[in-house]
Design a protein around this ligand. Structure first.
Ligand code: AMP
Length: 206
């Protein structure tokens, strides 16, 4: 968990890679559905472009499907989920039904002015969805050569709305977990990706 721009995608990928388990980003699953213009994508797009959350029942449907995948049996990292208390409760009952539970909730902490700086500078590949921290206007995707564009929801006014939604809807989820049995591991999200990853792993091992 962490506000938009905290580095959830990067850290989720590093952690999942280290543990040899899949990472599931609800945001990425939704963006792929938008690119492919599936019914899910068409429904989700208007919420995403406005910086609003996609309805809980849509997200919980995605998560239930993901949890049933064979590769998820050995563990998983969720990135950007749960974002509301209703989602956290839904996740808990899905896990309980499967006889599973969370090991930890990771909270990436980054000051707001740094979040705005990161988000408004970020570019993504229009073809494959790859993320670049900052890019010059002539740069292309290093993976597939696609065009680098700004995510529609990384425009300044939408960024402000996403941060507000995070404070209103998602911070209560952290308070909810702090009252539960699941340990909440706070990690300083400032520094290079490798520095943050090292600190995160050290905290988790402890
Ligand atoms: P992200 O890539 O995690 O920043 O997600 C991008 C956008 O997808 C968010 O601003 C929401 O509109 C939507 N989204 C992603 N995950 C969730 C979630 N767990 N609940 C509701 N909306 C979500």
């Amino acid at each position: 968990m962490g506000p938009p721009g905290a580095g959830k995608g990067t850290q989720g990928e590093l952690l999942a890679g280290r543990k040899g388990i899949p990472r599931y980003s609800t945001g990425e699953i939704l963006r792929e559905a938008v690119r492919e213009e599936t019914p899910l994508g068409l429904e989700a797009k208007r919420f995403m472009d406005a910086g609003e959350l996609v309805p809980d029942e849509v997200i919980l449907g995605i998560v239930d499907e993901v949890l049933g995948r064979p590769e998820a049996a050995g563990g998983f990292v969720f990135d950007g989920f749960p974002r509301t208390v209703v989602q956290a409760e839904g996740l808990e009952s899905s896990l309980r039904r499967r006889g599973e539970s969370l090991d930890a909730v990771i909270d990436l902490v980054v000051p707001e002015e740094e979040l705005v700086r990161r988000l408004t500078g970020r570019r993504v590949c229009a073809a494959c969805g790859g993320v670049v921290g900052r890019a010059s206007s002539s740069e292309r995707c290093a993976e597939c050569g696609g065009d680098l564009v700004q995510r529609p929801d990384d425009r300044p006014d939408t960024v402000r709305r996403r941060l507000q939604v995070y404070r209103e809807e998602t911070e209560p989820v952290l308070r909810w977990y702090r009252r539960s049995m699941v340990p909440v591991v706070e990690v300083d999200g400032l520094g290079t990706a490798e520095e943050v990853h090292a600190a995160l792993v050290q905290r988790l091992d402890r």
